[in-house]
Every structure is written in C-alpha cells, then in structure tokens.
Write a protein that binds this ligand. Structure first.
Ligand code: GDP
Ligand code: IMO
Ligand code: MG
Length: 427
C-alpha cells in the first residue's frame, strides 16, 4: 500500500506542482486533500506551461486519476473554467473525481474574504481573496454547503438561508454592504450542478479500495507547513492543514496507510502575504532571487518576498510532518553567488535558539544567525546526477541535508520535468 504525501516544507510555492507532475506518470491517483484555488502550481511539460489552482497536478499525466478530496474547498466556477481551459489544450480531464463531502466556496464566501481583509486594514493577512477562510469557517460553524447539496434544491436553499442569516446582518450593519439574496445564490449554484455531477464520487471508499489493491496514491498538499492553521505562523496562515496529518483527514485515509512523506523545499525561502519571515532580504540579493527565480505569485500576481534558506524552518517541517525525504527545488537559481548565507539558528533577545519558538512574540523577534557557504558559477541546469554538480553545489546540498534532518532525495535544477536529479527513488 504505497501512499505518499508530498507537501510544502516552507511558506508555499516550493515547486510542489512540478514534483507532483514528475511522479504523476508513475502513480495511480493524485489527491488534493486541503486548500482550494488559493494554490497556484506551475507545471512545465516540454514547451507547454500550465498554471493549476484547484485541480491536482496529476491531471497532466494521462495514466493517473486526479482526485479532489473531502478536505478541499471547491469554487465551482473556477473548477469548470480550469477544466475547460485544459480541455481546450487537449488535456483529458474525464477521470477527475470530486468528493461529495468537499465544501463549496460560495460567492458570499468570496465577498466576506474581501471585505474582512479591507476591514482589517494594516492588520490584514494578505489572503488570496478566493474565499478560503470564510468557507472553512462555515464548515467549522456547521453552516457550510457541500458538493452533494447541489443535488437537493430544498436542502441547498435551507442551507444557504442559514448561512446568509447572520452574514447579511454583518454585511449590511457592520460593513455597510448590500445584503446577498438567497435565491440568486441558489440559482447560481444549481447552474453548476449538472456539469459537476459526472465527477462526484465516494472518494474515501475508492481511495481505500485502491490502497487495498496496492495501487500507488500520491497526496498533494497545497500551501506549506508554515501556512498551516495549527502549525504555521498563526494568524498569518491559511485556514486548512497542509501538514501531513491533513492528508489523512482531508482524504479519509488512516495514518497507518502512509508510507512516505516528502517535503518540497526551496533552496532559498519565499513568502506571499503578511507575517514574520526571519531571513527576508530587502536588498539587491532579495531582488536578484525574485528576478532569477521568477518569484511572482501564480494566483494573485503578487511579488513574492524572498530570503536565504532557513534551516530552522526545514527542521521544524521535518518534525511536524514526520518527513522521510526532501525534494530540494530551484538550486539553479543560486548559481552565480560567490557566497551563500544559510540561516542555521535564530537569535532571540540575545540568546541563540536552535528550534522554531512556539511563541508568536519570540518568532517576530527572531534574527537569523547565518553560516556562509561558498557558491558556484557553473551552469547546473543540465546536471543529471549528483556528481554532475560542481563541488560547491554538492557541498551546499549536503550542508542543507545535514541541517534539515531528512535525506534530500531529489534536486530541481530547472522548471522542466527532466530538469531534476534523482538521488533516491520515491517509489
Ligand atoms: P507550488 O505552488 O509549490 O507548486 O510552486 P509554484 O508553481 O507556485 O512556484 C514554483 C515555481 O518554480 C514555478 O514557476 C515552477 O515552474 C518553478 N520551478 C519548480 N522547480 C524548479 C527548479 O528546480 N528550478 C527552477 N528554476 N524553477 C523551478
Ligand atoms: P501554493 O499551493 C503561497 C497565503 C496567502 C496569505 C495566506 C492566507 O501555490 O503553495 P488564503 O487565501 O489561503 O486565506 O491566504 O496564505 N497563501 C499562499 N502562499 N502559496 C500558496 O499556495 C498560498 N495559498 C495561500 O498569500 O498570506
Ligand atoms: Mg504556488
């Protein structure tokens, strides 16, 4: 029962899409287990570039069944436009399966996301504005709308009424906005129902049966460990659990089934939106990482904040996810630096701290303690094996591995599928 979890070890955008796509050809199912279209995964196949938001990156591998698990939040209009965009480019999406228990991002959830951020002003989270937080809040408050509700008009109407009851009070009285009409929402949602119907399935049963039959299942995380609602830099996080445990609850598969947990780790660090980021650079190096790494959000088009590699975070990701492997990405971006600083610990109020502090206040005060490693200038994008890398690049990888607490089993040296050095097989 080979079940693998692949997740972001930092603040998202580590290259999960590329890594998933790379494995997609060898696995039977790729399952998204949390998040929604706040994700932006770029996959490059030959000369074709795909930007995926809600669909699992396995959708580009013809042999693989893509699954949207119960833990995901689904915006039906985004789902349908992403599917038709892929169909127009000749990608067969007919195998897609969507859990009937996945929650729907309704138009009012998107509105609430945007007005809440505006209301927070300087204290805003910098969300993607896709309705993610309010949809998960409705789920927890037990006023959410699920995919299966699209197939019972009376239930759907009652649930939308219940959800809008309080929201309309808030929208009109607190935010000075117009109330949202129940009928209009119901009509819009019903308009998606028939198009989505062929994909709706009992994904929990199907995935567990597949594992019983020794099929290979890959669980693909959105976002990253430090954006996790429980283990991330709360409140500057997303509203779901991208960490490994989220794969179990978000897909309905027991932890005993998971055989491997792969953390996708960028060779430096990026973050989008607000929140603490100890190794963030505000100088020419940060600008160069952004330019060379193409660090611009796939979903919102925002520039990503950039900084040096942070080993404290990598160690933390190893611990909270039980990582068995790392996939180190974007090593090629660091080519050309004479010296590369790496954060090995923090200094907090004059004291050296080796592990991520649990206190938000301490983390806000954390200053990086750097060790500097010698860089390399040779082009590494054609490297096929570890020994093809220049000595200093090899040493950089080995140093990161030692500091991060799990073996680096693959290295990305470019965005393409074949621009990858495989060290240990994942399957
Ligand atoms: P995700 O959200 O984790 O899937 O990552 P994104 O797709 O948002 O951002 C990663 C970006 O880096 C994408 O543009 C990828 O095409 C690109 N990428 C992935 N791996 C590599 C790599 O090893 N080298 C380079 N240069 N680019 C990479
Ligand atoms: P992928 O899957 C990077 C960030 C947002 C914001 C915070 C909360 O491409 O790695 P949300 O809309 O989720 O409520 O926003 O989380 N965020 C991401 N940052 N990559 C992502 O996804 C992200 N998804 C959400 O920028 O700071
Ligand atoms: Mg991304």
């Amino acid at each position: 029962m080979p079940a693998l979890v692949l997740l972001g070890a930092q603040w998202g955008d580590e290259g999960k899409g590329k890594a998933t796509d790379l494995l997609g050809g060898s696995v039977d199912y790729v399952v998204r287990y949390q998040g929604g279209n706040n994700a932006g995964h770029t996959v490059v196949v030959g000369d074709q570039k795909y930007a995926l938001h809600l669909l699992p990156s396995g959708i580009l591998s013809p042999s693989c069944v893509p699954v949207i698990g119960n833990g995901v939040v689904v915006d039906p209009s985004v789902l349908l436009s992403e599917l038709s965009g892929l169909n127009e480019r000749g990608v067969d999406t007919s195998k897609l399966m969507i859990s009937g228990n996945a929650h729907i991002i309704t138009p009012y959830n998107v509105t609430v996301d945007k007005v809440t951020e505006r209301f927070l002003g300087k204290r805003k989270i910098g969300t993607t504005g896709r309705g993610i937080g309010p949809t998960y809040a409705d789920k927890i408050n037990r006023v959410g709308i699920r995919v299966q509700d699209l197939y019972d008009e009376s239930i759907l109407t009652q649930k939308v009424e219940a959800a809008l009851d309080v929201k309309n009070q808030i929208l009109t009285k607190l935010y000075n906005r117009r109330a949202i009409a129940v009928d209009q929402v119901v009509e819009e949602l019903l308009g998606y129902a028939e198009q989505i119907k062929p994909y709706v399935a009992d994904t929990v049963l199907i995935l567990n049966q597949a594992l019983e039959e020794d099929k290979v299942v890959l669980f693909e995380g959105g976002q990253g460990t430090l954006l996790d609602i429980d283990h991330g830099t709360y409140p500057f996080v997303t509203s779901s659990n991208p960490t490994a445990g989220g794969a179990c609850t978000g897909a309905g598969v027991g932890p005993t089934k998971i055989s491997r947990v792969i953390g996708i780790l960028k060779a430096y660090t990026t973050r989008v939106g607000a929140g603490p980021f100890p190794t963030e650079l505000f100088d020419e190096d940060g600008e160069a990482l952004r330019r060379i790494g193409g660090e611009r959000g796939v979903t919102t088009g925002r520039d990503r904040r950039c900084g040096w590699f942070d080993a404290v975070i990598a160690r933390y990701a190893t611990r909270v996810n039980g990582l068995t492997d790392f996939f180190l990405t974007k090593l090629d971006v660091l080519t050309g630096w004479e010296q590369i600083p790496v954060c090995v610990a923090y200094e907090i109020d004059g004291k050296r701290v080796e592990e991520l502090p649990y206190s938000q206040t301490d983390f806000h005060h954390a200053k990086p303690v750097y060790e500097t490693l010698p860089g390399w200038s040779e082009d590494i994008t054609k490297a096929k094996s570890f020994s093809d890398l220049p000595k200093n690049a090899q040493n950089y990888v080995k140093a990161l591995e030692e500091m991060s607490g799990a073996p680096i089993s693959a290295i990305g040296v470019g965005p393409g599928r074949d621009e990858t050095i495989e060290i240990n097989s994942f399957l």
